[in-house]
Every structure is written in C-alpha cells, then in structure tokens.
Design a protein around this ligand. Sequence first.
Ligand code: AVJ
Length: 327
Amino acid sequence: MGSGAREARIVRLREDAEFVETMAREVAAGLETSPRTIPSKYFYDAHGSVLFDQITELPEYYLARAETAILEQVAPVLVAEIDPAEIVELGAGFSRKTRLLLDTLEARGGPRRFVPLDVSREALEAAGDALAADYPWLSFEGFIGDFERDLARLPRHGRRLVLFLGSTIGNLHPDDRIGFCRAIRASMAPDDALLVGMDLVKDPRRLEAAYDDAAGVTAAFNLNVLRVLNRALDGDNDLEAFDHVARWDPQREWMEMNLRVNRPTRLAFRRIHVDVELAAGEEIRTELSCKFTRASAERALTGGGFRIARWDTDPAGDFVLVLARPA
Ligand code: AVJ
C-alpha cells in the first residue's frame, strides 16, 4: 500500500431536492397530527450538528461520556470477537467514538472499510478529513442519507459491524422500534453484528437536567430546528415566540422535547402552504428520547430477530452498549 492518506469518498444517496421534498412532506404532515410534531432528524444542519457536539460536553449530558467509557473498556474485546471487515455507522455525526474501535482494529492489520451514513454532509466531510489523516490504512466511504430509508442501499464488502450509537435508537417512536430492528437485521448476514447504545431509565431529575442544561445549549439546539425549517421551507417564523421544554414521561419511559408557544403565534411556511394558528401554551414535539430497561431493550432486539450477545454498562449503570447478533 502507498503512503499518505487516502481520499475520503462521500456518496450522495439522495439529491438535495429530494431531501427538501421529503422534508416538505414530513413537516406538513407532522404539523397536522396531534400532538403536532417535527421530525428530530432536522436538528442536524451544520449549526445543529455543532450544537449537538457541544451538548455532548455539557456536565449534565452524561450519555456521551458514559458510552465512551464503556467503549474504552470493551472495544478490544468487541473487535477480537467480531473481527469486522467493515464498520457501518448509522447517524454517525462526527464519528468521534468510532475512533476507539478503529484504534483497536489498527493493531490487527488487513484492509478495513468505514461506512458512515448521516444526513449531514458537513459532519461526514469533517469526519472523513479527520479520519483519513489519522487512519491512512482505512478506506472511508461516507453516505449522505437517511438511516430509516437507506440502510439496504449500503454495499456490503465483508463481515460487518453495524454501529448505532449515542442512544439514537431512542429517537424512534416505540411503535416503530421493532420494525427498525428488523430492517437492520435484514441488511445483515448471519455472522455480522450490531452494536447499539441505549440510555437507561434513571432518576427523572437527572434525565430532565440532561435535556435542559443550565447553559441553555439544548434550548438553542431545539430552537435551531425552526431556523432550519425557515430556511428550507421559506418561512420567517420568530424563534422568540417559542420556549424549550423538556419533560419525562414515566408511563412511556421517554424524555420529550417540545417547543412551547409563549404568545398567540402563527406558524407559516410558504413553500408547503402551511399556515397554522397556535395558541399560547400549545406545544410542538420535536424529539422523543426513549430510555430503556433490560426488558424493553430485549423486547426490541429479539422482536427484530437478534439475540443479545453482550450487555455492557458503565459503572454507574447509566448507559448500556448492547452487542446483538442475528438470532
Ligand atoms: C443524539 C439523538 C441521541 O436524544 O439524547 C441531545 C439528541 N437531544 N439533547 C438524544 C439530543 C437533546 C440525542 N441523540
């Protein structure tokens, strides 16, 4: 093999126009449902990805640190157990945690691919540049797409480890969870493996603090979705009319983030001919972050056609990394 970093390749699975059309359809539909909703994937424009990155550094947001601590512990065991030819990462973002796996893969030699799938071109480019410089032996093939729709379109080049980290699985509505696990399973061969990060049910005060930090970064992240929609769907809605609200639902075992209207407001997007009157106090749900127990994690994974091969938590028991194998 030659010296020097390889070119990071980024493949677009959907044209920008198609993204905007999908967004138009989903936002128009979501604003008509009860409760009104905006899909969480629209948080992650360039600015939103940076804000999320800042969230992972907040003292209240234990999730990223807990998951990193677990990966530091188990990465060598996982790599030895699976010995993947390629790592596919769903909703990869900046792919920082993935480095812990790449570091241990490096020692084993042999050709390896890293295949991140993300909605954000900026995040993929940043990850591609940084990883190409530090892991010249790695072929990087990033895909701009939507992990709920594009999983089957990622070419397979050998034994695959699929990463679904950060408790992003918690963003799926519980009714969609088993179906999504099935779709992942359908994209895998029998000796592939899935590593999924899940945030665990805990003291609601800690959960609510994690989603409503003192510095207000999560509030800015939540409100930024309106800026994204204003730009893409031709609106000039005033962010000042909305407040960030984060709430624990003990029955559903989820955290939800909402935008609550603080004065009578009309929300309008010319591009999709949406113009709705919102009363003060009305809420638009922007995110579910479901929290898991061993039982609910097991239900989702076994329902999707997996068995749990490893269950590794951090010492405090806040977060789990589950290694799932096709059943
Ligand atoms: C990256 C989607 C898992 O739900 O905890 C952080 C996003 N939202 N703070 C999460 C998020 C509010 C995060 N995920």
